[in-house]
Ligand binder design. Structure first.
Ligand code: FES
Length: 67
């Protein structure tokens, strides 16, 4: 789903950015240009960013074995 129509940014792109370390709307604005046009997407982008931060990454975490 498109979140930012002005710059063609999807919810998936925001989720991927969050999993890559983006942790603020300002960071999304800098990397994806979210909310740098009309600004109508800012609230939804923020909500999606917060939801992505609460979702664990899909890839399993491999723990180093001792010994
Ligand atoms: S919809 Fe994102 S800046 Fe306009």
């Amino acid at each position: 789903m498109y979140v930012c129509v002005c710059h063609g940014v999807t919810d998936k792109a925001i989720s991927q950015a969050a999993q890559a370390g983006a942790c603020s709307l300002a960071e999304l604005a800098r990397t994806l240009r979210v909310a740098t046009g009309c600004g109508k997407c800012a609230e939804l982008a923020q909500t999606l960013l917060e939801a992505a931060a609460l979702t664990p990454p899909r890839a399993p975490v491999r723990l180093a074995s001792a010994g």
